[in-house]
Design a protein around this ligand. Structure first.
Ligand code: 13P
Length: 602
């Protein structure tokens, strides 16, 4: 069995939780929160208090769970926790809501190491994150392993690196770091760790919403990640698996108990399978000559539609309206998926099942609009999209409700001075953050940057603005390492603005749209779907037909209309369920025409 020596310090963390006492904090003129503990005789019994061993002990726990014979070095060579702990550093951690502060004694215990006192059968020595690396430590350690060529060395790089540490890096096989460093003189593999992910040898992994408020500080997090990577490396896992096991451990472990290796292997395998599933799901949504129905108008949009037709805007009418589309006979022959609005996803179909379950039983994938609408950019009428707050939790809930893809819309209006660069950057940044969160929650993201049709601009201008947005969007998606094979683009067709003197012909729309998309949309993307954006239903179909005629494209291309599919049915329904048959007929007509437009016309 591999024997591992951990060189570091044992810490004792005492957490004082102030969570229930937010109101006791005062904010000073600099925005810093203060609490008055009053050094008087009063007790502070309201603080909940919990103490755990930390530092090298965390590393020990993780490595032991890999079945490895790990030991913490201390001067008396006793194991922790069974032996005598010679030096313990005490640390107080104050937790108040999201805020964590550390109270560390100014006198730190140095990490001691004497070369003569270790046996020569260690396969790895790990200078842990908790080690305080002095010149003396480096000298002693290197001396201890000088003749032990088979002993490998892993080092967690400290924040401040000085010359005296460099020999350690030269000898190291593996270096962990949680801040940008440049180490030139080393052959070691370098693993970069942050609170959001880890990277090593061109491979990377992203972590899902880590808990910082509880007993997990970012420091504990780093210890668990580095130890898991080391442990899985020692048992010969691939780099991809090392990173995945670290992800699984940090997302699922409890502070006092790390996950056993068998569990980590199982979770890592599931994670790999679900990444494959996500691309498959994305492909299913855009394939088979079918489209996606957008039935996700927010409360406000529905209100306007209903009001204009004197239909009462209440819970039941909204349900009946959606139900009309979902119960249309044979819907599954024309659409792969339906995008729902939060309220609709919680409403029930006629048979008492919720709509997501009902659609799934028809072989249709239910999805959900997750953005929270538009807000003005500071001092401007340009818009950016709200909804990132609490998105992780909402996605988790939506996944549990059976929703498998999501949509997020950013809207750009073309005027003489807009969209500005600033607004484009802000929105693509948000879109990429959303896409990342979706993929982490095993939900396929549809990213929708929409250049709004309702304006006064020629088609060339629409092409250039759409192109700029797509270019920035895909640059940002790449930067955030979004899996494009599991991402769908929902986009406007390229056309002259609705108020422009000359309206674009279907041929012009197709040519400009094809050119723009081919130029800016990466080939590996799962698919491109179009919004109708206020075109008439017939116009949206004709334009789609011409776009199809100019195919094939590197990705599947299909429709994801709201208005152009639902408009005629709404007119026929009028808020009266007796009109369902006629309304459904009108809806079917649009579905059939658009599916027909997905095939090339001869
Ligand atoms: P339209 O097809 O009505 O433009 O709606 C599509 C959509 O989902 C907009 O977010």
């Amino acid at each position: 069995m591999s024997k591992i020596l951990i060189v570091g310090n044992v810490l004792k963390d005492t957490y004082l939780r102030l969570n229930e006492h937010h109101e006791d904090f005062e904010t000073d003129a600099n925005g810093i929160k203060w609490i008055n503990w009053g050094f008087d005789d009063s007790d502070h019994e309201f603080f909940s208090r919990e103490s755990v061993f930390s530092g090298a002990v965390v590393t020990l726990e993780v490595l032991k769970r890999f079945g490895l014979d790990a030991h913490i070095y201390n001067e008396s060579q006793s194991d922790i926790p069974s032996g005598t702990i010679k030096a313990v550093n005490f640390r107080y951690i104050l937790c108040a809501g999201d805020q964590i502060s550390y109270l560390v004694p100014s006198e730190k215990h140095p990490t001691k190491f004497t070369a003569t006192s270790i046996s020569n059968d260690y396969s790895w020595i790990f200078v842990d994150r908790s080690a305080i690396i002095s010149r003396e430590l480096v000298t002693n350690l290197l001396q201890a392993i000088e003749l032990q060529k088979n002993t490998k060395l892993a080092v967690y790089a400290p924040k401040r690196i000085n010359k005296s540490i460099e020999p350690l890096f030269e000898r190291a096989n593996l270096i962990f770091t949680d801040h940008p460093i440049s180490i030139t003189n080393t052959k070691a593999e370098i693993c970069e760790i942050s609170e959001t992910g880890a990277k090593m040898a061109g491979k990377s992994v992203k972590f899902r919403g880590l808990r910082k408020t509880a007993l997990f500080t970012h420091l504990t997090t780093y210890s668990i990640i580095s130890a898991t990577i080391l442990g899985s490396k020692i048992i010969n896992k691939s780099k991809e698996d090392q990173l995945l096991m670290a992800k699984m451990n940090i997302e699922n472990t409890k502070l006092d108990q790390s996950l056993p290796v068998e569990k980590l292997e199982e979770l890592a395998a599931e994670e790999k399978a679900s990444a494959v599933n996500l691309s498959q799901m994305a492909k299913e949504l855009v394939g088979n000559g079918k489209g996606i129905l957008a039935a996700d108008e927010s409360g406000g949009s529905i209100h306007k539609k209903f009001e204009s037709m004197n239909i009462p805007d209440d819970f039941d009418h909204r349900r009946d309206y959606r139900n009309l589309f979902f119960t249309t006979e044979g819907l599954e022959k024309y659409v792969n998926g339906v995008i729902l609005f939060d309220e609709t996803a919680r409403q029930l179909s006629d048979d008492g099942r919720d709509f997501a379950t009902y659609l799934t039983s028809k072989g249709i994938i239910p999805g959900i609009k997750v953005d929270k609408g538009l807000a003005n950019m500071p001092g401007s009428t340009e818009k950016y999209t709200l909804g990132l707050n609490g998105l992780d939790e909402r996605l988790e809930e939506y996944y549990d409700m059976g929703l498998r893809f999501a949509k997020w819309r950013a809207a750009f209006e073309i005027t003489e001075s807009t969209p500005t660069k600033n607004t484009v950057y802000k929105n693509v940044e948000i879109l990429a953050d959303y896409a990342l969160k979706c993929q982490q929650a095993h939900i396929v993201p549809i990213v929708e940057p929409e250049v709004v049709f309702d304006g006064d601009f020629p088609i060339e201008h629409c092409a250039s603005i759409t192109g700029i947005i797509l270019k920035e969007l895909f640059a940002e998606l790449k930067r955030k390492e979004i899996d494009l094979t599991a991402t769908i683009l929902k986009v406007n067709m390229v056309l002259a603005g609705k108020k422009y003197v000359t309206q674009s012909t279907p041929k012009e729309v197709a040519e400009w749209t094809a050119k723009t998309l081919k130029r800016y949309v990466p080939e590996e993307l799962a698919g491109v779907v179009f919004l109708s954006g206020g075109q008439t239903p017939e116009q949206a179909t004709e334009n789609l037909q011409e776009i199809t005629n100019l195919g094939p494209y590197p990705w599947p291309v299909t429709f994801s209309y709201a208005r152009a599919l639902q408009g005629p049915a709404l007119e026929a329904w009028k808020g009266d369920n007796a009109n369902y048959p006629e309304a459904q007929k009108a809806f079917l007509e649009r579905l059939k025409a658009n599916c027909a437009a997905l095939k090339k016309s001869i």
